[in-house]
Design a protein around this ligand. Sequence first.
Ligand SMILES: *Cc1c(COP(=O)(O)O)cnc(C)c1O
Length: 372
Amino acid sequence: MESAPQQSPQQSPLQITVEPTSHPVSPDRLAEILASPGFGVHFTDHMYVAEWTPDKGWHDARVTEYGPISMDPATAVLHYAQEIFEGMKAYRHDDGSVWTFRPEQNAQRMIRSARRLALPELPVHDFVAAVDALVREDEQWVPDAAGEKSLYLRPFMFASEKFLGVRPAKHVTFMVIASPAGAYFAKGLKPVSIWLSEHYSRAGVGGTGAAKTGGNYASSLLAQQEALEHGCDQVAFLDTVDRKWVEELGGMNLYFVHDDGTVVTPELSGTILEGITRSSILELCRRLGAKVEERRISIDEWRDGVASGRITEVFACGTAAVVTPVGTLRWNGGEVGRGEETGPMTQQIRQALVDIQYGRAEDTFGWMHRVV
Ligand SMILES: *Cc1c(COP(=O)(O)O)cnc(C)c1O
């Protein structure tokens, strides 16, 4: 028998209560943080919280003062990792307005992740309203457009029931927190080096690779550590069946530009995370008239293609860094790569995306969502 997904009673849009903090950040401290925000270290004045139970569905939605949450040691997520998350950004345009990029795509992906992790689905409109409510309350935390800064948004959902039995939790919490982020490449684009993981996997067939869940990251950490030990910035994972098909990095999708101009990305296999940056690049390339392919690409095609010049550019993509050139690929016993140059196609795709996100190019796709 097929197991039933977590059902919520049919609901009208969640009412959000706003409880503004009585001690927001001082203007001086905020200016100091926004001048050099780093990544994921400073958090805004507020957070969004909502609760779910089988009988009440989603309820008690509020934007409230940012702060620690108290948890019983038996809270299910701490033991069985029933958790999912999203990652997105709010961008300030030159006229002062604030926008998010395809937020309904994050909402839909969170629904797909929720199904896989047996968590309740949060309707798309409630997800978008949650993010909007937090960004509005903490608008002053959205950095100005100069230098590709943004407000990074982290929606997440976890099993908050106090129970050590193994089954989907009957109390679930959804939250959104926000953190100002600096330009990923403060000193211009710098290609990353990639370590090929030949022992470790990120996700297997039938597993959770296509869901955005913390467990996938937990299982990538040791491989990432191995990459650092070999002088590489990031790790690339292969499929777990044939151990030869290129999947993705720990948190970014991959693209390969060929000498005839064809742009190729590994097809969705069920073990790859479907990045919104990845999907947007597919659409962008079609619009630019480039030939794009979603297909399997083997590790030998990558190695031999770069060595022979058949593959002219490799790049990784994701919300945090947008598009990152890949310099070298290293494995136990060898390496190939083009060192420190950033290819023209990588540069063009990156610029096109960033220009839409910061309102410097017309948004002909209708991707941007105005918040403030
Ligand atoms: C989030 C994520 C990506 C990139 O997705 P975007 O929506 O483009 O940010 C790629 N791979 C993994 C494993 C991820 O978790």
